[in-house]
Design a protein around this ligand. Structure first.
Ligand code: ATP
Ligand code: MG
Length: 437
């Protein structure tokens, strides 16, 4: 992509409305714009990152055996009346009437709808276990939308739902999602610590919040210091394996959010405990028959008896992760994207746009990288070098490739790694080889 033609409205100054780095940087880097309180438009550069985060989430769900579907954002109120949550959910639920005065709502989550789909589609225990998920926009009319996409009103969420015949099956599904979550967040360069949690309006018995430690996090959390060095399950571990030992290992030290911690463990503070702020990027719930009993989600078991299913649900805040990644990875100059979610891999900087030599060299390098499948943002604008450097640092692409007349005369270009600031001069061929490797 040529920057001269790219819609990238960057801002020089920190916007007054932003209180935390991710919000400031997302606005400054031209990635989002607020449309209404807690509701954002995703501009081209921001959308590229959102899609990459979404894709990592999707791949890890698929590997765990979950199947993707897509449910609508608007739901009939009837289902929520049936489950008892229409009243219970309170003012966060955006209630809508259509032209025929039928009651609808903008889904804040999809337990009811998936339950309805599942009960109409599955009759026998032989069709279990099953984990279904979708990645869809949600709406919660939060009292205090703030911190940009971290606490929006409209936000993108991945939500999975598991259906099993008995508790043992449900726990296996829970463990699969638990491991998938550890892997998902690690691929984005994040260490998310599973902490025992209250189940809130979703209901149920067993729940973990996956928390990324960051100074700007909204929750006060406590965790054992060993969590910071605990290893993510390697690829050798298959989802067909018994995952209980991994679950045990990851839940054996106490890590908890404030509410749970204060209630249950006020007296076990030791030197090994870290007190920190955290961002909730996902939550897993096992809630047994909470929905399947009132909503009649049954299958016939081996003996031909009808049994209500054991269910769980598993959310990931896809758009919140965008902010969480920036909170975990930025410096005074701007964002530092982990390679896995960067909007482009390389920022190609032409130090003298309009000069035949540098233009020719940049065009050739650009073509070579694009042909090799590398995502490149080429700053071909007629701007001062300082402006170009600052812009590239701000938007945080992992690699910068700098082409100037002086270097070209000596047969070299410069590569800079955004994360470390390390700069290396090398031949054009070597630079292309390094960036396509
Ligand atoms: P919170 O405690 O932060 O309000 P929650 O526990 O109500 O979140 P869940 O029902 O667990 O949220 O939803 C699953 C995930 O969706 C959360 O872990 C979080 O990452 C994300 N999420 C929830 N609410 C918002 C929001 N208002 N804006 C952005 N992401 C959100
Ligand atoms: Mg939660």
């Amino acid at each position: 992509m040529r920057l001269s033609k790219y819609f990238l409205p960057t801002l020089k100054e920190n916007p007054a409305e932003a209180q935390i780095p991710s919000h400031t940087l997302m606005l400054r880097a031209g990635m989002i714009r607020q449309s209404a309180s807690g509701i954002y438009s995703w501009l081209p550069l921001g959308l590229r990152v959102l899609r990459k985060i979404e894709q990592i989430v999707r791949e890890e769900q698929d590997k765990a055996g979950a199947q993707e579907l897509l449910m609508p954002t608007i739901q009939p109120a009837d289902l929520w009346i049936e489950s008892g949550r229409h009243d219970a959910y309170g003012p966060e639920l955006l209630r809508i009437k259509d032209r025929h005065s039928r009651d609808l709502l903008y889904g804040p989550t999809n337990e009811e709808m998936i339950t309805d789909i599942f009960r109409n589609g599955v009759k026998s225990y032989k069709e279990l276990p099953s984990i279904l998920y979708h990645i869809q926009w949600k709406f919660r009319d939060e009292v205090r939308p703030r911190f940009g996409v971290m606490r929006g009103r409209e936000f993108l969420m991945k939500d999975s739902y598991s259906f099993d015949l008995d508790y043992e099956g449900a726990k296996r599904s829970y463990n699969k999602m638990f491991v998938a979550y550890l892997r998902t967040f690690a691929r984005m360069g994040l260490k998310a610590i599973p902490m025992r949690a209250e189940t809130g309006p979703i209901g149920g018995d067993l729940s973990h919040e996956f928390i990324v430690l960051a100074e700007t996090g909204e929750s006060q959390v406590y965790c054992h210091k060993d969590y910071l060095t605990m290893e993510i399950p390697s690829d050798d571990v298959s989802y067909e394996d018994d995952l209980e030992p991994i679950f045990e290992k990851w839940t054996s030290l106490y890590a908890a959010t404030e509410d749970k911690y204060v209630k249950e463990e006020a007296d076990v503070v030791g030197n090994d405990l870290i007190s920190a702020r955290g961002i909730e990027v996902g939550q897993t719930f096992y809630f047994g028959k909470k929905y399947s009993e009132p909503m009649n989600v049954n299958v016939t078991d081996k003996e031909g008896k009808k049994v209500a299913l054991e269910m769980g649900s598993y959310g990931i805040g896809v758009s919140r992760l965008f902010g969480a990644i920036i909170e975990a990875s930025h410096d005074d100059s701007g964002i530092i994207w982990p390679d896995s979610v960067a909007p482009f891999k390389v920022g190609l900087i032409n130090l003298k746009s309009g000069s035949d030599d540098t233009d020719k060299a940049c065009d050739d390098i650009y073509a070579a990288l694009i042909n090799a499948g590398v995502e490149v943002l080429y700053d071909d604008r007629k701007e001062r070098a300082g402006v170009k450097f600052n812009n590239m640092d701000l938007i945080g692409l992992p690699w910068q490739l700098v082409i100037g007349p002086r270097g070209l005369a000596n047969g070299v270009v410069e590569i800079k790694r955004r994360a470390t600031g390390e700069k290396t001069e090398m031949s054009i061929e070597a630079a292309i080889a390094k960036l396509t490797a």
